[in-house]
Design a protein around this ligand. Structure first.
Ligand code: GLA
Length: 679
């Protein structure tokens, strides 16, 4: 299940810049763009993401003279480019020529042009048009010396429920199940008289009267991920066939989209990239940066690319929250500390028209005479000063972590099936809660694919993985037997990969390993707190649990479960497995995971930093380790003995101001840096 380690993506510098959409601007503005890019030391422009209508104004007629000119201007200024295939946004002529290739929503509504992403992924006309334009771009620009890489498509994730999806879904199901008996068994079609007697009877999970079949829903998710991956691979191969050897990626979208199974996708890319938009303007945004970075580094298995972030704002609900330059800089270095080889943004210049005119940009509407652009210039300067950090280590991880958190897209899909004991539970929220707890304690964390080698992790956390396979259950057992400390949180292992409940007591798939038997699940409304012994607090979910071979660590102290086990621990082989049967309040989860990490011998990156509000991350390089300090706290901190600080070039003790960042070169491994509040 693991894929061969890829050659680490090492462009020789941090890629700095972002989506560049010159087609929106006059020649005069484009000349200013180049001058400003040079001023800010921008070295990379992502071009072509939404250029289909200009590149192919009529079907089969290409016009790339304008793009030649853009690329010439960039290259003459020493600026490289990531070239996108524009297939996320087919032009209006495509709709008219191929009405069948538009997506259909689950309720049967056709989705027409007028926005973007109006394509049915399984429609042959769409797929061949996408291959054609990919090949055209490969032939024309694939060997250009300024080409830094290929950005295939943009954020795969448009789901179609129409006739093309129906056909392709059935083909996929035939490959998965072989015959209808196997499918009927896997989908539990004996319930509600859903038995299928012919393949033609099977539909995508379109609008229906009441609850969908959960196995059908999860299989449709699996199918879509595979189908979109096949579309990506076709474009990639079409470009490769033109002789272009530039690295290939496609930008994943975090945090809210869950259409792709990222581990299998990552195996097909030369470097994994994400678009990351903060979902809060508050301090938790810092934990969000770390979360997105750790996920992407883990998917990539090393260096990765931040393809998009917002330079000046965040869209929170129905309004814009402003991001000031110090935060933009701190966040950018936060991604880099955790393995990003870039600080790229959507977009270079704020649009004057179109649907996203109010999205942030490196050059705001006000122009370059602005605080925001000064911040961009400052960031460009900083990235040059830390350029040596971009050279990845010859071997070993770029960030060393002893804590692993299991990430499984299928876990998210299964938890989204309707009518579970508590439909309010969110997979990404639970994964993030576990990650946040480790982050607050100052630990480095990797995410782990089920069945991957987990032996380097002293602590492995499985947050709320509702459905899992026998193989995954065995894998967790092996991890524990070999001496690992496993923590499994509530609502894990209740069902198998067919969404069938494992009988005989909860959580059936892991009952033996955890040494418990749950006989009843008692979901709670979100505002009801469940006190536990030891001052911990649970809620949202609880279980009537019997500790069989497990020892009880904490008990419920009120309500119908008063005195019964809430958190348990079972020994197995050389290790042990902790089960948390309720959703712990964040502070309680912080405490529990912090204590278990210490017990497992896991040390924070820099002792004492987290308590001062300083995030410490160590990134390994080719010739040295680099300690990043990101100050999210509110009081100045005195730093001593951390090495040579690359932004200032000094090895003296320094005062790190709130909001500030420092990057230390640490020759000969980690140094005993000390931090204390400054006076
Ligand atoms: C996405 C897209 C961009 C842009 C940004 C901002 O991540 O890839 O094209 O739309 O969001 O909304």
């Amino acid at each position: 299940m693991t894929h061969a380690p890829r050659t680490p993506f090492a462009p020789g510098r941090f890629l700095f810049g972002g989506d560049y959409n010159p087609e929106q601007w006059s020649r005069a503005v484009r000349e200013e763009d180049i001058a400003l890019m040079r001023r800010a030391k921008v070295n990379t422009a992502t071009i072509g993401v939404f250029s289909w209508a200009l590149l192919e104004p009529r079907e089969g007629e290409y016009d790339a003279a304008w793009l030649d000119e853009v690329i010439d201007d960039l290259a003459a200024a020493g600026i490289g480019f990531l070239l996108a295939t524009p297939t996320a946004s087919p032009p209006p002529w495509f709709t008219i020529a191929h009405p069948d290739a538009l997506p259909i929503r689950a309720d049967g509504t056709p989705v027409l042009h007028g926005s973007r992403d109006t394509y049915a992924i399984s429609a042959p006309a769409y797929r061949s048009a996408a291959r054609r334009i990919a090949r055209f771009l490969g032939e024309r620009y694939g060997r250009h010396p300024a080409l830094r890489g290929w950005h295939i498509h943009n954020e795969y994730g448009t789901v179609d429920y129409g006739p093309h999806a129906e056909r392709a879904f059935r083909d996929w199901l035939r490959r998965r199940y072989g015959d209808l008996d196997a499918l009927n068994a896997a989908w539990s079609t004996a319930f509600w008289s859903q038995r299928y007697g012919a393949w033609q009877e099977i539909l995508p999970p379109r609008q229906t009267q009441y609850l969908h079949n959960p196995a059908q829903l999860v299989d449709f998710k699996r199918f879509n991920s595979d189908e979109m991956l096949a579309a990506y691979v076709e474009q990639r191969d079409a470009i490769r066939a033109t002789g272009s050897s530039a690295p290939m990626t496609t930008n994943f979208m975090l945090p809210t989209w869950n259409h792709l199974e990222q581990w299998s996708w990552s195996a097909q890319q030369d470097v994994v990239s994400i678009d990351h938009y903060l979902d809060t303007a508050g301090p938790d945004g810092e934990a969000h940066v770390a979360y997105g970075s750790d996920l992407t580094r883990s998917w990539s298995g090393g260096p990765w690319l931040l393809m998009e972030q917002n330079a000046t704002g965040m869209r929170i609900g129905d309004r814009l929250a402003t991001k000031q330059p110090d935060r933009m800089i701190r966040n950018s270095l936060g991604y880099i500390a955790r393995g990003s080889q870039s600080s790229l943004f959507f977009q270079w210049r704020a649009s004057a028209g179109g649907s996203e005119s109010w999205h942030g940009a490196l050059v705001p509407h006000a122009g370059s005479d602005s605080r925001a652009f000064e911040g961009v210039v400052a960031l460009g300067e900083m990235l040059e000063r830390i350029a040596e950090v971009a050279e990845p280590p010859a071997d070993g991880p770029i960030v060393e972590a002893s804590i692993g958190i299991v990430w499984d897209a299928e876990g998210w899909w299964s938890l989204e099936t309707p009518h579970l004991p508590n439909d309010a539970i969110s997979y990404p929220d639970e994964v993030r809660a576990a990650h946040r707890a480790c982050w607050r304690d100052g630990h480095a964390v990797d995410f782990v694919r089920p069945l991957a080698d987990a032996s380097r992790y002293r602590l492995l956390v499985v947050p709320t993985l509702y459905a899992l396979s026998e193989e995954t259950a065995r894998w967790l057992e092996t991890y524990v037997e070999a001496g690992g400390l496993l923590v499994v949180t509530f609502a894990t292992g209740l069902a198998d990969e067919r969404q069938r409940i494992a009988l005989g007591g909860y959580p059936g798939m892991l009952r033996e390993l955890l040494g418990v038997r749950g006989e009843q699940i008692l979901p709670e409304p979100d505002d009801v707190a469940l006190p536990l012994t030891g001052g911990l607090q649970g809620g949202t979910w609880s279980e009537l649990l019997h500790a069989e071979s497990a020892q009880v660590l904490h008990r419920y102290t009120s309500g119908p479960l008063d005195g019964l086990p809430a958190i348990t621990r079972a020994r197995r082989g050389a290790g042990s497995a902790v089960y948390v049967s309720t959703k712990l309040a964040q502070a309680s989860l912080d405490e529990l995971l912090g204590d278990l990490a210490r017990e497992a011998g896991v040390l924070p990156v820099l002792e004492g930093a987290a308590a001062l509000g300083v995030e410490a991350v160590r990134r390994r390089g080719a010739h040295a380790d680099y300690l990043f300090l990101l100050h999210h706290g509110d009081r100045p901190v005195h730093v001593d003995g951390a090495g040579i600080e690359l932004l200032t070039g000094s090895s003296d003790a320094l005062r790190l101001e709130p909001g500030g960042v420092a990057v230390f070169r640490q020759l000969g491994g980690s140094l005993p840096a000390t931090l204390r509040l400054a006076h």
